[in-house]
Design a protein around this ligand. Sequence first.
Ligand code: GTP
Ligand code: MG
Length: 444
Amino acid sequence: MAATDLERFSNEEKRNLSLGGHVGFDSLPDQLVSKSVTQGFSFNILCVGETGIGKSTLMNTLFNTTFETEEASHYESTVRLRPRTYDLQESNVHLKLTIVDTVGFGDQINKDESYRPIVEYIDTQFEAYLQEELKIRRSLFNYHDTRIHVCLYFITPTGHSLKSLDLVTMKKLDSKVNIIPIIAKADTISKSELHKFKIKIMSELVSNGVQIYQFPTDDEAVAEINSVMNAHLPFAVVGSTEEVKVGNKLVRARQYPWGVVQVENESHCDFVKLREMLIRVNMEDLREQTHTRHYELYRRCKLEEMGFKDTDPDSQPFSLQETYETKRKEFLGELQKKEEEMRQMFVNKVKETEAELKEKERELHEKFEHLKRVHQEEKRKVEEKRRELEDEMNAFNRRKVAVETLQSHSLQATSQQPLKKDKDRKNFFSLPSAYSITTGRYVN
Ligand code: GTP
Ligand code: MG
């Protein structure tokens, strides 16, 4: 359908018609209810508060059951989030409840990064939902939605003011989750102090720009109660799993030497207000706000980060197809650029290595030539020496032959004329006794 046809169609006047009889589409709300009931609901609560502040006790009190009683250690090196999911049933309504605990919150000496694991956990749940949504074959119908619907922020009942850790954490979370601040262990603070403490907390939240969840006042049915309850924030709560007999009734309470604090007594604490607002009146709004406000914000930022946009620079609608094409072209361009860079880098590297190898070859060649020269010189010297020695040997041999000949002659002469005279004997014995190679003469 062309755009102009679409415009004409949407501008067409809608006519109100009265029906002649009962058709049956007035059962649509019942159909929705029955479908929702069959499907069941999921609700995810994040409890942020220091170790031992009463998180588990409050959860057990809120749902009137015992989820867990395990104590966390005070020696965790970082904040860790621990989700636990429970299947609950009331009448024929099934609720998949996930309670996420912040283990080790407020126990580190340096608390600068304490908020980070909480933010990361919330974002991870949003991301998982987004990934499911972006799948070609989505199964959102039976998808276990783990996005946090409400964050109960447990404030320590100091009676003074909020700690900087509380302000920083709430500030980091307020755009990601519905925050309901509560003053924990409210039985440890007096009535007048509590009143002043509540005012102080609210003014600190406002002055630091922390957005907490406001119970909706746009639905007439709950507008009045919600606006009254908004004025009671932060709720001062008391939790207890103990049952104490008050009159002839067993009630959840905390017993002290001076009296009993009843959890469900509105003049003792705001526990009932919290339960009403959280579970009975605004559970669906919390789920809706999570989807339409917080998740939507996450999704928008994420898609924009990925390069998707709704309008082009001239404020014209930008279709998903166009965005995809542009992104694809950008990506291919970038890929080609990278490939070219890599190729150039490779060529340069090869050239460098080639030059290095050539230089090495030249050096080796020079070394070889030098060694060859040295070797030839040595060879020449040895040759010379050998010749000298040969000459000397020849001379020696010649002299030796001469001496032998001389000796043989003298021996012959001696055998023919026996030695009689002393002079002859002397001459005979004064023959050379040694022959010098260097001088080539006989020495005495
Ligand atoms: P971790 O899980 O160990 O961080 O503790 P937690 O925050 O879950 O606290 P938990 O519910 O285990 O309670 C810690 C202690 O505080 C227990 O002894 C509870 O009985 C006590 N406690 C819980 N709620 C209240 C309360 O409203 N008032 C008072 N006075 N004590 C409470
Ligand atoms: Mg606990």
